[in-house]
Design a protein around this ligand. Sequence first.
Ligand SMILES: [Zn+2]
Length: 264
Amino acid sequence: MSLRKHDNFESARQAASALIKKFAIADPSEIVVEDIAMAQGVLVLEGKLRGCEARLVRRKDRGIIRVRDDIQSDGRKKFAVAHELGHWELHGDISQFHVCTETDLRNYSGSNPEIEANTFAGELLMPSSLLRPLCRSIEPSLSAIKNLAEKFATSLTVSAIRFVEEQRENCIVVLSENGRVAWWRTKDKDNSSGLWIDSKQKIHQDSAAWECFHDGIVATKMQRVPTVAWFQDLRYQRRMEVYEQSMKLGTYSGVLTLLWILGD
Ligand SMILES: [Zn+2]
């Protein structure tokens, strides 16, 4: 990963963190994105939108975020607003008008303003100052992540990403679609561990995710899987144990996987 990409992520995170400090937020219940947006000069409205989830219109120091009123989950709606607020805070010099699709809101691969807006939203909704102490006292599992999602009223995917980022343990979150890896995130943005999952890698039959895709399993237990199930190039190079828990995501045909790597 290039230094520039890292810097962009970091500045997105810092911008969200600055707002948490500015409004002296000390509890997840105080993170009301519409109120934070309003204080920053942006009005949030719900309404009918076609072909996108949310959009931001900027005129000088005032803005309007419009979010689709038929987004089913409150967590996803909240994330869409936080994402647009990210564009407001970070990308005034790029565009006065952002139209963001569902794909943009799930984009965590590559480097572009959408990922910066997603990084901003993740930090705003689940700030390190509140999340880190919680993450560091619990063992990695999807049920721990579910509990955090409830506490912060965020989606499971965003909660999984933030959990992995704030964990002491070596964990990776993977989202797969149609039997292939769509994207993955580790806590270490520079990925100094050297672990690598190929983009679009096919889901291996020895993985728990395979069971979700092919055997009709909704959610697996945390279980040890062969290293090769996820890290095909490293089979003979590393001595490590890979534990995996996977579950189907209800809202679309995705599978969310938490990997917990033990060993070197
Ligand atoms: Zn966007």
